[in-house]
Design a protein around this ligand. Sequence first.
Ligand SMILES: Nc1ncnc2c1ncn2[C@@H]1O[C@H](COP(=O)(O)OP(=O)(O)OP(=O)(O)O)[C@@H](O)[C@H]1O
Length: 256
Amino acid sequence: MSTLSANGLIIDIPGRPAGSALNFRVLPGEVWGVLGPNGAGKTTLLHTLAGLQAPRAGGVKLDTLSLRRMNRRALAKKLGLVFQDRQDSFPATVLETALIGRHPWLSLWESEQGEDIARAENALVALDVGPLGHRLISTLSGGERQRVAIATLMTQDPDIWLLDEPTNHLDLHHQVRVMRLLRAQAHQNKAIFMCLHDLNLASRWCSHVLLLYPDGQACWGPTETMMVRPALERLYNQKLIEVTNQEFRLFLPATD
Ligand SMILES: Nc1ncnc2c1ncn2[C@@H]1O[C@H](COP(=O)(O)OP(=O)(O)OP(=O)(O)O)[C@@H](O)[C@H]1O
C-alpha cells in the first residue's frame, strides 16, 4: 500500500500563471478523476505525478520519499502510468507488450518466468483481450490497444495507478468493464488517479474529483462535493443539464 501526495505542487505549463498550488493525498482504496477542458494541464499533472516532468514549484512524494530521490526502477515497482498516446511501433505481440509490465521486477539479464507470464495472461483476460495474445500490437484496433495498455499496467501491478483517459477508444461495455476493474483494484488497496473527459464516468466511478481550470486554478475533494453544476459549467464554459439519479448526478451539455 502506498500514498501519493502533491505538496505545494505547481505544474509547469509554459507561459501560464502559477494558479493554485496543489496539496492533496491519494490514499489506497481511492479512485480519483481529474476533469478539465483541453489544455488545462491534466496530462502535465499526470506526468508530473509520475516524475516524468519537473514541477515549477513544490514536489511529489510516494509515502515519505520525494520522487526526485527515487530511482526509476524502484519507482516503477510502486507507480505506473498509462499514457494518452502511444507509438506501439515496435513489432511486439500483445503478450510481449503486457510482459513489459514485469520489467521493473526482473534483474537486468533475467527473462520472464512462468509466474510473470501467468500474470500477463490473467491481465489480458481481465481486459478482454486474452485471445489476442499472439497478435502483433500493430494489427489491433484502437480500443484493443487501449485495453492492452491497461493490461500492461495491471501486469506491472504497482500500488499507484496513473491513467490518462483510460476509456479513450472504448465502447460502452468496455468502458464499464475498465471502470469496474479500476474500482476492484482500489478495493485491493491500490490508489487510482486518472484524467477523464466524461463527467458521468467521474460522477459514477470516482471517490474523489480534481477540477483543473485553464488558468491553473484547481479544487479537489469527494465526488459529491465537486460534481456540482455551476462549478462544472465554469470549468468547461458550457451550460449543462443535470439529470438526477438516486445514487449519482449525471450531466448533459445544453444545446442552447
Ligand atoms: N513543451 C511545451 N511547450 C509549450 N506548451 C506546452 C508544452 N507542453 C504542453 N504545453 C501546453 O500545456 C498545456 C497543457 O497541456 P496538457 O497536455 O497537459 O493538457 P490536457 O489538459 O491534458 O489537454 P487535453 O484534454 O487536450 O488532453 C497545453 O496548452 C499545451 O499546449
